[in-house]
Design a protein around this ligand. Structure first.
Ligand SMILES: Cc1cc2nc3c(=O)[nH]c(=O)nc-3n(C[C@H](O)[C@H](O)[C@H](O)COP(=O)(O)OP(=O)(O)OC[C@H]3O[C@@H](n4cnc5c(N)ncnc54)[C@H](O)[C@@H]3O)c2cc1C
Length: 443
C-alpha cells in the first residue's frame, strides 16, 4: 500500500520519525513538499534561497535511494485531498501550522503524526499540575531530567516514487551550505570548540557558536542527533544543550499562549506609548544609529541573514528601549531577514528583551550599548568587520566615536555626521524615557 510523507520543517531522511514510519510501514512512499506561497512571500531572499537549496539537497538524497522529491503548490488540505492512502508528517506547533494541519486532518483518509523536531515537544515537559511553565529555569530543571520520547529512527525499505510534480522553484545560491550534509559539517566544526562554549558564546567577534539555527529551523538535522553527537560529558556541552532547551521552551510558550504571537504575553504591557518614529526605525534597519556595535549587528543581519545572539539582544533592546519602537516592528524585520527566522523563537526572544514576555527579570533592565560593546567586543573585532567607517579608530575609541578626541577622529578619517552618523539618541536620556513610558503604562 502507498503512503505520502509530507515534508515541512524536517527536510532530512536521518532521525526523522515520520519518514521512518512511512518507509517501514508501506511498500511505496511519495515524498511530498507543498509550496505555501504565503510562507515563501514572508521570507526575505536569503531564507527563500536557503529553503530552495535545502529542497534540492533533500531531492538529491532521495535520488540516491531511487526516488525524487515531489513538489506541489497550493493549500495543503486541497493538495493532500487528491492523494490517497495514509499521510505522514512531523508536528509543527505554531498557530498557523496548527490551523493548517487541522484542515488537512479533515480532508485526508488517514494520517499519522509524529514528534520529530524538538528534544521535548510542546506539552511533554509540564508542571506537576499539568500547567505549562512561564519561566525558563524551572522548565530547564525538569527538561534535563525528563526522558526523551523514544521512537524508531531507522529508515524503512519502501520504494520512493519518482515523479517530481511541479518541480523545485528556482533560486540563487544559498548563503550557507545547505542540506543535511551542510548541517553535519557545521556540527563537526562546532565539535572542535564546544568545550570552550561557555567562554566564547558571548563573543561575536570570535563567532564560535554552532551556526546550527537555520538547520534546526528547516530540520536538515534533528536536535536529538546534535545531542547524541555531543553528549553531556563536559561543562561546555551541557551549557550548549541548555541553549537547545531555550528552543523547546519558546516553542512550548507559543503553543500554550498563542495570543503572544501578536500581543504581550504578560497582561498590562500592551499600553506602552510606543513612538514608532519612521526615521529612527530606518536608521536601526540600515545600521546607521551611530552606535557602532548596534550598526555592526544590523549590517550583519542584512548581509548574511544571521546575527550573533549577544547582538540580537543588544539591537532588539536598542530598538524597543532606546527608540521606544513596538517590539512587533523589530520582530517582523528580523523574521524577514533571518535565515533561521522562526515564529516561536523570534517572538519569544523579542518579548523577553522587551520585558513583555517570559523574562523573570523586571522591565527596567536596559542594555547599555556602549558597555555591552566594550565588554563583548573589547578589541572591536566585530565592529571593524561590519562598520569600516570607524575601523581606523583605536580599541578604546571605537565603541563610542563621539567621545573620541577630535585628533583621533581626524586621524581615522572620520567626520561625524558626514562619514559616520552622530548617535541617534543619548543613552541616559533614552533610559529615563523608557522607564517612564513603561511605568506609565503599568500604573
Ligand atoms: C531578538 C532575538 C530574536 C531571535 N530570533 C531567533 C529566530 O528567529 N530563530 C532562532 O532560531 N533563534 C532566534 N534567536 C535566538 C538565538 O539568537 C539564535 O538561535 C542563535 O543566535 C543562533 O545561532 P547559533 O545556532 O550559532 O546558536 P548557538 O549558541 O550555537 O545555540 C545552539 C542552538 O540553541 C538554540 N538557541 C540558542 N539561543 C537561543 C535563544 N535565545 N532562544 C531560543 N533558542 C536558542 C538555537 O536553536 C541555536 O541554534 C533570537 C534571539 C533574540 C535575542
Amino acid at each position: 500500500m502507498s503512503a505520502v510523507m509530507w515534508f515541512r520543517r524536517d527536510l532530512r531522511l536521518d532521525d526523522n520519525p515520520a519518514w521512518s514510519a512511512a518507509t517501514s510501514e508501506h511498500g511505496e512512499v511519495t515524498a511530498l513538499f507543498i509550496v505555501d506561497q504565503r510562507l515563501l512571500d514572508a521570507a526575505g531572499d536569503l531564507r527563500r534561497n536557503l529553503l530552495i537549496a535545502n529542497l534540492n539537497a533533500l531531492d538529491a538524497d532521495l535520488k540516491e535511494r531511487g526516488g525524487r522529491l515531489r513538489i506541489e503548490a497550493g493549500e495543503a488540505s486541497s493538495v493532500l485531498a487528491n492523494h490517497g492512502g495514509t499521510v505522514y508528517w512531523n508536528a509543527d506547533y505554531s498557530p498557523y501550522a496548527i490551523a493548517r494541519d487541522g484542515r488537512v486532518r479533515k480532508q485526508v483518509e488517514r494520517h499519522e503524526v509524529f514528534h520529530g523536531n524538538f528534544i521535548h515537544y510542546p506539552g511533554h515537559v509540564l508542571k506537576d499540575d499539568g500547567d505549562p511553565y512561564r519561566v525558563f529555569t524551572p522548565y530547564y530543571r525538569r527538561w534535563i531530567e525528563t526522558d526523551w520520547p523514544k521512537v524508531s529512527m531507522a529508515e524503512g525499505t519502501a520504494d520512493i516514487a519518482g515523479e517530481t510534480g511541479q518541480g523545485i522553484p528556482s533560486g540563487a545560491d544559498p548563503i550557507i551550505e545547505p542540506g543535511t550534509a551542510g548541517a553535519r559539517k557545521r556540527l563537526e566544526t562546532f565539535t572542535d570548540v564546544v568545550d570552550q562554549y561557555p567562554d566564547y558564546r558571548n563573543d561575536p567577534g570570535r563567532d564560535d557558536t554552532s551556526h546550527l539555527s537555520a538547520d534546526l529551523k528547516f530540520g536538515t538535522i534533528s536536535p536529538r542527533t546534535i545531542w547524541d553527537h555531543l553528549g553531556t560529558g563536559t561543562e561546555g556541552r551541557r551549557s550548549f544543550l541548555r541553549q537547545l532547551c531555550w528552543r523547546d521552551f519558546y516553542a512550548q510558550v507559543l503553543y500554550y499562549f498563542p495570543h503572544s504571537a501578536k500581543a504581550s504575553l504578560k497582561p498590562g504591557y500592551d499600553d506602552i506609548g510606543w513612538l514608532n518614529d519612521p526615521v529612527d526605525i530606518e536608521a536601526w534597519k540600515t545600521g546607521q544609529t551611530g552606535y557602532p556595535f548596534v550598526d555592526a549587528a544590523m549590517r550583519q543581519l542584512v548581509a548574511t541573514g544571521w546575527m550573533h545572539n549577544r547582538t540580537r539582544m543588544v539591537t532588539a533592546s536598542f530598538l524597543v528601549k532606546h527608540l521606544l519602537v513596538d517590539w512587533r516592528i523589530g520582530e517582523r524585520f528580523f523574521m524577514e531577514n533571518l535565515i533561521d527566522g522562526d515564529p516561536a523563537q523570534n517572538i519569544g526572544n523579542w518579548q523577553w528583551v522587551a520585558g513583555t514576555g517570559t523574562d523573570a527579570a523586571p522591565y527596567f533592565r536596559v542594555f547599555n550599548p556602549i558597555s555591552q560593546s566594550k565588554k563583548f567586543d573589547p578589541k572591536g573585532v566585530y565592529i571593524r568587520r561590519f562598520v569600516p567607517e570607524v575601523a581606523a579608530l583605536d580599541d578604546r575609541d571605537i565603541h563610542a566615536p563621539w567621545d573620541a578626541p577630535p585628533l583621533a577622529l581626524a586621524e581615522a578619517g572620520i567626520e561625524l555626521g558626514q562619514t559616520y552618523p552622530t548617535p541617534l539618541i543619548d543613552h541616559a536620556f533614552a533610559r529615563e524615557r523608557v522607564l517612564t513610558a513603561y511605568k506609565t503604562a503599568l500604573s
